[in-house]
Ligand binder design. Structure first.
Ligand SMILES: O=C(O)CCC(=O)C(=O)O
Ligand SMILES: [Fe+2]
Length: 344
């Protein structure tokens, strides 16, 4: 299948391919999803697709990657199952993500430009509902150039509304930028039907549109195999990154173990994935023992200072979040009181 306008992946950060999956492929994925249980990840609800099911569809993904590598400067040639999941909305086991740049994939793959998310709804009652809203990079560059430069090629972005503008913070490297525009005004929301493909670059800013319908999408990910993954970078970062790692220890422990076994402090992603294939199966580590190891890793990488330095920032963001929740609740209470007065 030839993809038109692949260049948009570079300029806008995403491209839509209509009718990508066949009805048989959709059914295969639906059956897979129905049989799975939730992942052991306290950061969000997700299910990891079965590898034998994905293997059957892989030639379709290979074909897209070939075109991406031929027609753009994005380099993506290996799949990263540890960052690939099914996301549901509209049920208790679902998600409702606010504006964000993906966190865990950035911590693991450490390069969000050479990284693509094959996002494909497999259950979706209404094309106009429960999509993913996006901030196109060309629009961001035009409307908020300083924030664009802070965000492009990055990840682990958190976005906080402040008086009609937005504050962008980076949960890995720290730092923040004011976005002098309302993200909602810059956003676009491609309407997707079952089987459509939304191909997104890893650094795109996005959120769940709504949770009004029961929708399930597969988010299958590929990255650049030559990206060098650094142990010190995995260990680095502030309070918010460490919290997230503790809430989903499995992939990070696997990475530290692979560096140990290889006796290396850095290796290309392809080599890291190869190490996994030969690794003995291991139980997910307890949060406490993982925490201890993470602090040891931080000391070893001389990044403990930046962790400590991030504590005040994390505390003030928690305060900001709390103040926003209170003002939202106060606004709702006022609306309800006014409605009561009108109907009474
Ligand atoms: O499915 C959703 O609503 C969110 C998807 C998302 O954030 C992702 O694929 O990274
Ligand atoms: Fe996301």
């Amino acid at each position: 299948m030839d993809i038109e306008s692949l260049h948009d992946l570079e300029t806008r950060g995403f491209v839509v391919v209509r009718g990508f999956l066949t009805s048989d492929e959709v059914q295969l994925l639906r059956d897979d999803h129905a049989l799975l249980t939730l992942d052991d990840n306290l950061n969000f609800n997700s299910k990891t697709p079965s590898s034998d099911v994905i293997t059957r569809i892989t030639p379709r993904f290979d074909d897209v990657l070939r075109q991406v590598n031929e027609q753009t400067t994005v380099r993506a040639d290996v799949y990263v199952p540890d960052t690939s999941v099914y996301f549901a909305v509209g049920t208790k086991a679902g998600v409702k993500f606010p504006w964000h740049q993906d966190h865990e994939s950035f911590y693991i793959v450490q390069n969000h430009f050479d990284y693509v998310n094959f996002y494909m709804p497999i259950i979706k009652p209404d094309p106009a509902k429960s999509n993913v809203s996006l901030i196109p990079f060309d629009v961001l560059k035009r409307e908020a150039p300083r924030a664009h430069d802070f965000l492009v090629r990055n990840g682990a972005g958190h976005f906080h509304p402040v008086a009609g503008r937005w504050l962008a913070t980076n949960d890995e490297r720290g730092g923040m930028r004011v976005i002098n525009a309302d993200l909602e005004q810059l956003a676009c929301t491609p309407e997707l039907a079952v089987g459509d493909l939304l191909l997104m670059r890893g650094d795109i800013i996005h959120r769940t549109q709504d949770t009004d319908t029961d929708r399930v999408a597969l988010s299958w990910r590929a990255a650049g195999g030559s990206t060098v993954i650094r142990r010190s970078r995995l260990a680095a970062g502030g309070v918010r990154k460490a919290q997230m790692m503790r809430r989903h220890t499995t992939p990070y422990q696997k990475m530290f173990n692979a560096f140990d076994r290889a006796n290396k402090d850095e290796m290309p992603l392809t080599e890291l994935l190869e190490m996994y294939r030969n690794a003995p199966a291991a139980e997910p580590p307890a949060r406490r023992s993982f925490s201890r190891q993470l602090f040891d890793e931080k000391r070893r990488a001389h990044t403990f200072g930046s962790y400590v330095a991030s504590i005040p920032m994390a505390a003030s963001l928690r305060g900001l979040h709390f103040a926003q929740q209170c003002s939202r609740r106060y606004g709702l209470a006022r609306q309800r009181a006014a409605a009561g007065r009108r109907s009474g």
